[in-house]
Write a protein that binds this ligand. Structure first.
Ligand code: NI
Length: 146
């Protein structure tokens, strides 16, 4: 079943419908999430999620110039982790343009790194830091510079 619809990008196109199967628990969480975000329909929420995923997919050019914010929360008691994190940052000085360190509590530290350079190197740096043992939370926000 198809129908004409004005899309968010302003382009008229044929909208296609498709069925989505989901476990009830997952669907309830999805509904709660999109209600919090202010969506009135699942379709609109799903469209935005697909758009976001596609925008991310644009970043497949390893040579694209980007700036990235890397966020790490880690246990600074963990043996060698702090030293390894610091060493890694010293090895990639040409990428890291700023850092912020916050002592969260007795055990945990928050570190925010701003990295700038080719997407491939920035991505590998982020992946490496985030996957280190003892890093409890890691996130990276990549913005293409064009
Ligand atoms: Ni600290």
């Amino acid at each position: 079943m198809t129908r004409k619809k004005q899309t968010k990008s302003g382009l008229r196109g044929v909208v296609q419908r498709f069925g989505v199967s989901m476990e009830p628990v997952l669907l309830r969480r999805f509904d709660a999430l999109i209600a919090r975000k202010g969506y009135t329909t699942r379709s609109e929420a799903l469209r935005d999620m697909v758009r976001a995923a596609l925008a991310e997919e644009v970043l497949t050019d390893e040579r694209a110039e980007v700036v990235a914010t890397i966020v790490l929360v880690y246990d600074h008691h963990l043996r060698n982790l702090t030293a390894k994190l610091t060493q890694h940052q010293h090895d990639t000085l040409d990428l890291i343009t700023a850092t912020l360190h916050v002592h969260l509590d007795e055990h945990r530290c928050l570190e925010v790194l701003v990295a700038r350079g080719r997407y491939g190197r920035v991505r590998r740096l982020a992946d490496h830091l985030i996957s280190m043992k003892g890093v409890q939370h890691g996130d990276v926000l990549v913005t293409p510079l064009g």
